[in-house]
Design a protein around this ligand. Structure first.
Ligand SMILES: *Cc1c(COP(=O)(O)O)cnc(C)c1O
Length: 453
């Protein structure tokens, strides 16, 4: 299987090549050349455990990795999750309402599903080529922690994560800075998250530097992440009672559109799913898109659900590719207009299977309280957004994207107390190792240059 760019001006690449370079050279995002039809496999997959299901699914795409090797990579990836019998447990809250818990990985958020796999794929590539890799990313929280834990202690790799000093939560900072691993560098930068992104762009723009250190970007558009995330939708669907499956709506706390896109791709591959609900916080770019058909970025306002505080849904281009009849020329036109005008009006979104909702901070607090009162179940502020306006006509599966223990302040404000988690408690007694640097590409390149592999 080869992978093509949404913008149609790059050569098709193998799975491993596409994973290694991340963004296509023409600026587009990678997608499978042709989506497989998996509808005929579903009955055979019903009894499989999570890792085996993941293997059967990924082998359709990662055809350039030997099956036995791929199986090993996947077993290693999901062996580190704390819920081995159910990596992504599906819990029933009441009739017609389920929660899919995606927070049992090492950093307690759903990003571990993609980034643990990506880390093991990088390790495999390094072993094969004999060359090292230097991973670089900027984070406002969860992605940095998950990326670091995907590469922790792996030979021939180094990971540098830039974050704005003082602007990530204390627990998130500890997840990045208390690892004790020698190949991890947490760079606490002066300035904002936008400054960190700008610096990152400048560093990757220096091609000589980037090639010399074999820099690879870690971000939300990785193909491996999108495919890894497909598997928990499949797993949940297969575990639902057969009579409920065709009427299921997945309700997804959404920022960059990466998580929900994976589910939608599964439905495109022939799995009968009724719909997807995109749950946003007050940064409601996507809610406005699905209600007005206009994509228009505005300013980001910090919220109680910080991992959804975005104004550009970077994975949306992948959905657009299919919505625009797989026509790369049209994608190029739309993306150019979006770039120039900051907005685009669509006329084809009406017939899609998406609905959406928006929750303000006040509503998030109220929803955490309501869910706790009604079900004795605690949701984190991101997951809380998904409990706004559940459709009574559908079987709802809410994706729980983070462990509530990661957000003690928001939970305490809602229900008076907050849950704890042993992984997070253990971090509190460990030493913080971080490197303070100015928001200056030159200074950061010098730092990386001395420590890259
Ligand atoms: C990243 C994140 C999201 C948003 O996911 P996208 O793939 O960007 O839509 C939601 N909840 C949590 C806890 C996250 O870390």
């Amino acid at each position: 299987m080869n992978f093509i760019s949404t913008r149609g001006q790059s050569e098709p690449l193998s799975f491993s090549q596409a994973v290694a370079i991340g963004l296509a050279p023409d600026g587009g995002l990678f997608l499978p050349e042709k989506l497989p039809d998996i509808s005929g496999q579903l009955a055979n997959w019903e009894k499989l455990g999570y890792a085996d299901l993941c293997f059967e699914f990924l082998r359709l795409f990662a055809t350039d990795i030997e099956p036995a090797v791929l199986r090993g990579i996947i077993q290693k990836t999901y062996g580190g999750f704390s819920h081995p019998e159910a990596i992504a447990p599906l819990k029933k809250l009441e009739d017609r309402l389920y929660v899919l818990e995606l927070f049992h990985g090492p950093t307690l958020a759903f990003k571990d599903f993609g980034l643990q796999l990506l880390g093991n794929l990088y390790e495999h590539q390094c072993a094969q080529s004999g060359q090292g890799i230097t991973v670089l990313g900027a984070t406002s929280g969860d992605t940095g922690a998950a990326a670091i834990h995907g590469l922790l202690g792996k030979p021939k790799t180094a990971i540098f994560i830039l974050y704005p000093e003082g602007r990530v939560s204390p627990l998130q900072e500890r997840q990045m800075t208390c690892t004790g691993a020698e190949n991890v560098f947490a760079l606490a930068m002066d300035g904002s998250f936008d400054d960190a992104q700008r610096v990152l762009k400048e560093i990757f723009g220096d091609h000589a530097f980037s090639q010399q250190h074999r820099l690879s970007a870690v971000n939300s558009i990785s193909l491996a992440r999108v495919l890894a995330q497909c598997v928990y939708y499949l797993s949940a669907w297969l575990r639902l009672p057969a009579a409920e499956r065709v009427n299921v709506e997945f309700v997804v706390p959404t920022g960059n559109f990466g998580n929900v896109l994976s589910g939608w791709l599964v439905s495109r591959m022939g799995v009968p799913i009724r719909g997807f609900k995109v749950a946003t916080n007050q940064n409601d770019l996507l809610h406005r898109l699905f209600t007005t058909a206009e994509y228009r970025s505005s300013e980001v306002h910090a919220s109680l659900a910080p991992s959804m505080d975005i104004q550009v849904a970077s994975n949306f281009e992948r959905f657009l590719y299919y919505a625009l009849d797989e026509n790369p020329a049209r994608i190029r036109t739309v993306m150019a207009e979006l770039q120039a005008m900051g907005a685009y009006r669509f006329d084809m979104l009406n017939k899609s299977t998406f609905s959406s909702s928006r929750a303000t901070d006040e509503e998030i607090t109220g929803l955490i309280r309501k869910v706790h009162e009604r079900y004795r179940y605690i949701v984190d502020p991101h997951t809380a957004c998904a409990f706004k306006e559940l459709s009574p006509a559908r079987i709802s599966v809410v994706l729980a994207t983070a462990n509530p223990a990661k957000f003690p302040d928001a939970i305490r404000a809602a229900i008076g107390g907050a849950p704890t988690h042993p992984t997070l408690e253990a971090l509190k007694s460990r030493t913080i190792v971080k490197h303070r640097l100015p928001a200056d590409a030159g200074a950061i390149k010098a730092f990386i240059g001395k420590r890259a592999v």
